[in-house]
Design a protein around this ligand. Structure first.
Ligand SMILES: NC(=O)C1=CN([C@@H]2O[C@H](COP(=O)(O)OP(=O)(O)OC[C@H]3O[C@@H](n4cnc5c(N)ncnc54)[C@H](OP(=O)(O)O)[C@@H]3O)[C@@H](O)[C@H]2O)C=CC1
Ligand SMILES: Nc1nc(=O)c2c([nH]1)NC[C@@H]1CN(c3ccc(C(=O)N[C@@H](CCC(=O)O)C(=O)O)cc3)C=[N+]21
Ligand SMILES: [Mg+2]
Length: 302
């Protein structure tokens, strides 16, 4: 008797990829320190008490130091005024030992997020959120590229080689993940669609995708039976949910069912998340090299 064998997806090891990228960043930092006598510096600004943000920021600080770079940490109280935050950004913009600035989002309600992002020197905008960088990416010019989409692109290239001509679907249209992800895939010559909360038939869109990137914040939104068999699935979602009385982290894709249909898939945790932080370090090195007019370190950006 013959039975249809379910495909079992390759599980993409984002932690291992990120560790490899951080090694290349560390080597680059050492080389730059030899040639310039200076090391890249990253300033991370955190406003308020959000517990998850504190965890990410701690990880960023530790990994920045492990890569041989300077970490400048600024923790401000939740009631910080916009004026005070803008004054700090002005100081960081003017500080020659700071090459990258990250303001952790979301910001408290009294602060105008767009105004804060636009106040960052675009050359130090290692998140790639400033409209100058958004515009450069959208017009095919050299930009600082948002870390999560950049990490996803690196994983896709490692998995697939050329992305040319492939049908890609990005689920989620945020400024920090979905939209820049779609721009990067377009630049790779994918055929790109973007789905969002008003997409009429998400299942039908998902079924077409050879490359599927999901960033919605809706736990388990995509079940395995929606997928095109063999698809490469990158799950950006980070959701804290309760399972059997314990708090666990899950993605936006139902991993257990999806791994039986996909060709390759990232887990949560251990998939896209670690690549985001590694790409932040890579962007800081890129910003440092550009600020000094040095040749671009290879393999650290788009
Ligand atoms: N791994 C990592 O490194 C990172 C992970 N994240 C995680 O990724 C997720 C998304 O983050 P972010 O992009 O900031 O989220 P946002 O909340 O800014 O955007 C969510 C997007 O998903 C869409 N969406 C919401 N519900 C649905 C639905 N039912 N069907 C289809 N689309 C839907 C929204 O549509 P609409 O536009 O219509 O509102 C919106 O475009 C979160 O879980 C976040 O924690 C974020 C950054 C980095
Ligand atoms: N200005 C700004 N830039 C950001 O890039 C930014 C931000 N604000 N605000 C919040 C989101 C979210 N984000 C994550 C980064 C790493 C992990 C990560 O490393 N996750 C681990 C798990 C971590 C855990 O256990 O909580 C993993 O997926 O394996 C997750 C999420 C960056 N963001
Ligand atoms: Mg980012």
């Amino acid at each position: 008797m013959t039975m249809a064998q379910p495909i079992t997806a390759r599980v993409i090891d984002g932690r291992a990829f990120a560790a490899d990228l951080r090694t290349r960043v560390r080597d680059e930092v050492a080389r730059l320190a030899d040639s310039t006598g200076q090391t890249p510096g990253l300033a991370v600004v955190l406003v308020g008490e959000d517990a998850a943000s504190h965890v990410y920021v701690r990880n960023k600080v530790r990994q920045t130091r492990e890569a041989g770079m300077q970490s400048h940490e600024h923790q401000l109280p939740a009631e910080t005024s916009q004026e005070d935050l803008l004054a700090l950004i002005a100081r960081l913009n003017a500080d020659p030992s700071v090459h990258g600035i990250l303001v952790q989002l979301p910001l408290p309600a009294q602060i105008d997020t767009h105004a804060v992002i636009q106040a960052i020197d675009p050359a130090k905008d290692v998140d790639g959120f400033h409209i100058n960088n958004v515009g450069l990416l959208g017009t095919g010019q050299k930009a600082l590229v948002p870390c999560t989409p950049l990490g996803c692109l690196m994983l896709l290239r490692a998995e697939l080689g050329s992305l040319e001509g492939r049908r890609a679907l990005v689920v989620g249209a945020s400024n920090i993940v979905g939209k820049p992800m779609a721009q990067l895939l377009l630049a790779e010559k994918c055929t790109v669609a973007i789905a969002h909360s008003r997409t009429r038939d998400l299942e039908a869109e998902v079924r077409q995708a050879e490359i599927l990137i999901v960033a919605t914040g809706v736990p388990g939104l995509i079940p395995g039976h929606w997928l095109r068999p063999g698809a490469v699935v990158l799950d950006v979602g980070i959701n804290r949910v309760e399972r059997e009385g314990k708090e666990v982290l899950v993605g936006d894709v139902d991993f257990a069912s999806a791994r039986k249909v996909a060709g390759a898939i990232t887990p949560v945790p251990g998939g896209v998340g670690p690549m985001t932080i590694a790409c932040l370090l890579a962007n800081t090195v890129t910003a440092f090299a550009r600020a000094r007019g040095l040749p671009e370190p290879a393999g650290l950006t788009q």
